[in-house]
Design a protein around this ligand. Structure first.
Ligand SMILES: Nc1ncnc2c1ncn2[C@@H]1O[C@H](COP(=O)(O)OP(=O)(O)O)[C@@H](O)[C@H]1O
Ligand SMILES: [Mg+2]
Length: 578
């Protein structure tokens, strides 16, 4: 961490401490007022003159200057600090030794667009917390978008199953637990797996995000920018990866003159981008790009009886492409931002977007990319979209994004390594002032418990509360595959997005401008294309057969190459015989 970061943190800490002290003073003032009133009443009974609230001074100073609140006071502080007037989601009940069912810890529905963070070590309850929040958001009529990376959120679509442990837990925290399924629409990236396919056209995805997934450096990123610019000027739509590949091939070959006009784009850089692009497509990424692309209005749907629909992006099939997956989520968020109208702060958001495994988004990101994320998060609030990042520690999130996250739900952190201990210290420093010894408490939380602070209805941080989180009403086990399949085949969105289409775009336009090929060239081209197609299909077949990982082994690749050569020769022979 740099010194300026340290200074910033210290300043933030000081500001937070001041705010908390003020809050404590306010609470004490209230109490003192009550005491004074009681005293006044007693005095009046004795028919003496009303006393000015003299005792005020003492308790205020005492409360404001002391850093440790008596344990029993936390109950009153939490009750008062979370007594919101408008509709709210219940996170769980305060833990004060044991759970305190009448001290409920909540988030105002109208403050969800002030964003939030769910953090904690693996297995500490982040995904279940996400499910608890998403279920209640949907139940209050607000649509939800969430990514399901390990397939463990799909249970939201099925009613939960009671057991003794669950019943005991929900009783201890004052939760009236009823098994409930939440209406869910399953999506997949590019149709890999079971769900309505989500695609993006290369053009809308844009050079910045594409550079992130291709792993380009900043020079290459600005070169790719120029290529997109060229395509727009030339009226050649970039729809799929093939279009970009055709354009780059053209610019480094027949179109060298055009490349020269694009000041700043060297043929060598264009060549590097082309190679990265080919490797990327070879990994199977081409299916994520193209048309029809998803219209974000389809994430904003409610059921006829007014429940929000959960759009669940199932991504177990792209686990080995974390950069692609997280960048795609960012793309969807940026799309929402572009397409939604400005509505300012309302009593209820339009959509809540849960960004799981968020650390993947920020890892190895360029400065421009991080700026875009921070800006999107900042501005999307006034479009009524709340974003909840889910990750291991707040340290995973850049500070200019972190400072915009109004609510914190921090599950257990471990401090076994120096790095983890440092992450713990940083986490503690991002909390408002509290009587808890957070460094201690954060390592002691049980699974399904968290340290919570939210943005209250006035936009100020609520008191920090050790909270036992509610149990999800949906299943904690994944929804069975057959049920997801039935859900998807019944989806009304399948007609719109089920099949990829290939419109007239850059590839066709560049091809149309080429001089007529000789018969021999045509035979070569066709046999190549067919060989590619045959190879792709057999590879996909093999990819499906393998369940968890779809990365090609060297052996597979060699077999693929051999198959391709064989197919090419075969097709050539067939053509020549005619
Ligand atoms: N709120 C909760 N209510 C009941 N059980 C929970 C809760 N949170 C976590 N658990 C238990 O802990 C396990 C791990 O939680 P999970 O949310 O998957 O952790 P993470 O996402 O942090 O890896 C769950 O499978 C469940 O058994
Ligand atoms: Mg999880």
């Amino acid at each position: 961490m740099t010194t300026s970061d340290d200074a910033k943190l210290a300043a933030e800490e000081a500001a937070e401490a001041a705010a908390a002290a003020e809050e404590a003073a306010e609470a004490a003032r209230k109490k003192a007022d009550e005491l004074a009133q009681a005293a006044a009443a007693a005095h009046q009974q004795e028919a003496t003159a009303a006393v000015e609230p003299e005792p005020v001074v003492e308790p205020v100073e005492a409360a404001a200057s002391t850093s440790s609140t008596p344990a029993s006071d936390i109950v009153e502080i939490v009750k008062a600090g979370y007594a919101f007037e408008g509709p709210a989601l219940v996170i769980g009940a305060l833990v004060d030794g044991d759970a305190v069912p009448d001290a409920q810890v909540r988030i105002p529905l109208g403050m969800l667009n002030r964003h939030g963070l769910v953090a904690g070590a693996t297995g500490t309850g982040k995904t279940k917390t996400l499910q608890v929040l998403a279920e209640q958001v949907a139940a209050q009529g607000v649509p939800v978008f969430a990514a399901d990376i390990k397939g463990d959120l799909s249970g939201i679509a099925s009613p939960g199953v009671a057991n003794d442990k669950l019943t005991a837990r929900s009783e201890s925290i004052g939760q009236d637990w009823q098994p409930t399924a939440t209406p869910t629409e399953f999506f997949t990236l590019g149709g890999l797996g079971t769900g309505v396919p989500i695609r993006a056209s290369v053009e809308t995805f844009g050079p910045l995000l594409l550079s992130k997934v291709l792993g380009l450096n900043e020079t290459q990123e600005s070169s790719l920018n120029l290529v997109f610019h060229y395509a727009r000027e030339a009226g050649q739509p970039l729809v799929d990866l093939g279009d970009l590949r055709s354009l780059l091939t053209y610019l480094t070959g027949d179109g060298k003159a055009a490349l020269k006009e694009l000041g700043g784009l060297s043929s060598a850089t264009a060549g590097v981008i082309l190679r990265e692009l080919i490797a990327f497509a070879d990994e199977g990424a081409d299916v994520f790009f193209g048309q029809p692309e998803i219209s974000t209005s389809d994430f904003l749907r409610t059921t006829p009886d007014g429940k929000g629909i959960v759009s669940l992006l199932e991504v177990p099939s792209v686990q080995d492409k974390p950069a692609l997956f997280s960048t795609f989520l960012m793309h969807l968020l940026a799309q929402l931002f572009r397409e939604l109208p400005e509505i300012g702060d309302t009593d209820k958001p339009k959509l809540v977007f849960f960004f799981d495994e968020a650390h993947l988004l920020f890892k190895d990101a360029s400065k421009d990319f991080l700026e875009q994320v921070a800006q999107t998060v900042r501005l999307i609030r006034s479009k009524g979209v709340g974003v909840f990042f889910v990750t291991h520690t707040p340290k995973d999130v850049p500070s200019d994004v972190l400072e915009q996250l109004g609510s914190r739900i921090q599950h257990q952190l471990r401090a076994h390594t120096p790095d983890a201990a440092k992450a713990l210290k940083t986490t503690v420093s991002t909390y408002p002032h509290t009587s808890y010894d957070l460094e201690e408490v954060l390592t002691q939380l049980s699974i399904g418990e968290a340290i919570v602070t939210v943005m209250n209805e006035k936009g100020a941080p609520s008191p920090v509360a050790w909270t036992r989180v509610r149990a999800p009403l949906g299943s904690m086990e994944p929804t069975p595959a057959a049920q997801i399949e039935a859900n998807v085949s019944a989806s009304s969105l399948l007609a719109k997005y089920g099949t990829a289409v290939n419109p007239e775009s850059a590839t066709e336009m560049i091809d149309a401008n080429k001089p007529a090929a000789t018969t021999e060239e045509k035979v070569e081209e066709y046999s190549d294309r067919w060989a590619d197609e045959i190879n792709k299909r057999s590879r996909r077949g093999r990819g499906r057969a393998r369940s968890s990982t779809s990365r090609q082994s060297p052996l597979d690749r060699a077999a693929g190459e051999a198959g391709r050569t064989l197919a090419r020769e075969l097709v050539k022979k067939l053509f020549r015989r005619r």
